[in-house]
Design a protein around this ligand. Structure first.
Ligand code: QAP
Ligand code: CO
Length: 168
């Protein structure tokens, strides 16, 4: 397996819209395994393919305490089943070191395909519902910082640009 480099805000490649996955082959399985390894290595709970510069509709998530419940969502779609919003302090592997409160619908129903292409459905609430919505946003080129004020977003952008210059 291998670790993949994660794109960081404000990289414009994070703004690309991902295309549906149509081929379920060995190559896709290797990509999924590498995404899990990359996510666990970075202490993340969710990673969208967009974040590793692969513009396919694919997410990996593990919100479990023991990091033993990997979930793969391919071509995910969700509907809101509880319009009530809940607030969560979100972060993102593509926005390292920054966290802020975002409001999203509390309960969703997700339809997706698994790594073999088998369709499945599940209902989600709590942190899993937050994480799925956050990761599906990535596939649309959207980041959690887009929900913050432009002042906050600019502040984060400037700090990260400074970090990137230092390490360049
Ligand atoms: C999205 O985020 C999420 O800044 C996944 O230094 C976040 O895995 C969904 C991370 C919160 C629901 C709630 C962020 C790791 C990981 C950082 C992540 C960092 C190290 C973020
Ligand atoms: Co993210």
């Amino acid at each position: 397996m291998s670790l993949l480099p994660i794109l960081e805000f404000p990289d414009s490649r994070l703004r690309k819209i991902a295309s549906p996955v149509t081929v379920f082959d060995e190559k896709l399985e290797v990509l999924i395994d590498n995404m899990f390894e990359t996510m666990y290595n970075a202490q993340g709970i969710g990673l969208a393919a967009t974040q590793i510069d692969v513009h396919k509709r694919l997410l990996v998530i593990d919100v479990s305490e023991n990091k033993d419940s990997p979930l793969t969502f391919i071509n995910p779609e969700f509907e809101v089943i509880e319009n009530e919003l809940s607030e969560y302090d979100e972060g993102c592997l593509s926005v390292p070191g920054f966290y802020d409160t975002v409001s999203r619908p509390q309960r969703i129903k997700v339809r997706a395909q698994d790594r073999l292409g088998q369709a499945f459905e599940m209902e989600a609430d709590g942190i899993l519902a937050v994480c799925i919505q956050h990761e599906v946003d990535h596939l649309e080129g959207k980041l959690f910082v887009d929900y913050l004020s432009s002042l906050k977003r600019q502040r984060i952008r400037k700090k990260l640009e400074k970090e990137h210059k230092k390490s360049a």
